[in-house]
Write a protein that binds this ligand. Structure first.
Ligand SMILES: [Zn+2]
Length: 266
């Protein structure tokens, strides 16, 4: 109780300060969807970004010095996911680790009854009750080429949302039996379709890495939902509707609304 009171006081103080102008430039440069948000949504995203930056422990790996741009870019992506969600889905996350680029970790595999030690290449990881690990090169690449449906930060943070019910199974906590039934029905059908497409070598909007498991499927569909929402709604309308219902936001409609509105010409 006392901790949450102290935290609230700290947050109020933080949010009473003006938003740093250079941070705004990071948002505009690295989060393509920022410009489509309403003024109210932008203000909420800025507040959540500041709280996230201030309250997480940031750690650079392999000699990386963590900059404000890295923190703001990652925090803003995470904040966009939570705009419509209740509570604080990333409240339990303590640390974000950042590598300069893809990294290698030792890995033990079993083959024909023998244990083989090797190395596995990673771009990111998400641990239950542990950190989110990301590589900055990949984040920058996603930020500079939005609209392709892939985004490392949304991928790893979707895993964190999935883990909120203590199981990494591609189903986040859902409120009602009806919501769980609907989730199961739509996600299973779409997951099976992606597996068939991947097997047949067909071109897909969704990254076929999502065919690995239900957990990866949820992470991959979340990436696409925020990064290529118009295309996702066009090609996978039921999946889009399900995710829009879950995240309680409609990014495709935001983009369309923005292109309908007249703009100032200078
Ligand atoms: Zn994953």
């Amino acid at each position: 109780m006392i901790f949450s009171w102290l935290r609230e006081r700290r947050r109020r103080k933080l949010l009473a300060q003006p938003f740093p102008p250079e941070w705004l430039a990071f948002l505009e440069r690295n989060l393509a969807h920022y410009r489509y948000l309403s003024a109210t949504e932008q203000a909420a995203l800025r507040d959540r970004t500041r709280v996230f930056v201030a309250e997480k422990n940031w750690e650079g790996c392999n000699g990386l010095i963590v900059t404000d741009e890295m923190k703001v870019t990652i925090a803003a992506h995470a904040a966009l996911m939570t705009l419509g969600l209740a509570g604080e889905p990333f409240g339990g996350l303590l640390s974000v680790l950042i590598y300069p680029a893809g990294y290698r970790v030792p890995e033990e595999r079993w083959q024909s009854g023998f244990s083989i030690y090797g190395q596995s290449s990673r771009l990111g990881e998400s641990w239950y009750r542990g950190p989110v690990i990301l590589s900055w090169d990949e984040i920058q690449d996603d930020a500079h080429h939005p609209g392709h449906g892939s985004n490392l930060v949304w991928h790893e943070f979707a895993h964190q949302i999935d883990m909120l019910d203590r199981s990494t199974n591609g189903t986040p906590p859902l409120e009602t039996p009806e919501a769980r039934r609907q989730w199961h029905e739509v996600m299973t059908a779409e997951f099976e379709q992606l597996k068939r497409d991947a097997l047949a070598g067909r071109e897909t909007l969704l990254d076929t890495y999502g065919a690995e498991s239900e957990a990866e499927f949820f992470a991959v569909t979340t990436e696409c939902f925020f990064d290529a929402p118009v295309e996702l709604r066009e090609i996978h309308p039921r999946l889009y509707e399900l995710l829009a219902g879950y995240y309680r936001q409609d990014p495709a409609a935001r983009i369309e609304h923005a292109s309908d509105s007249p703009r100032d010409v200078n």
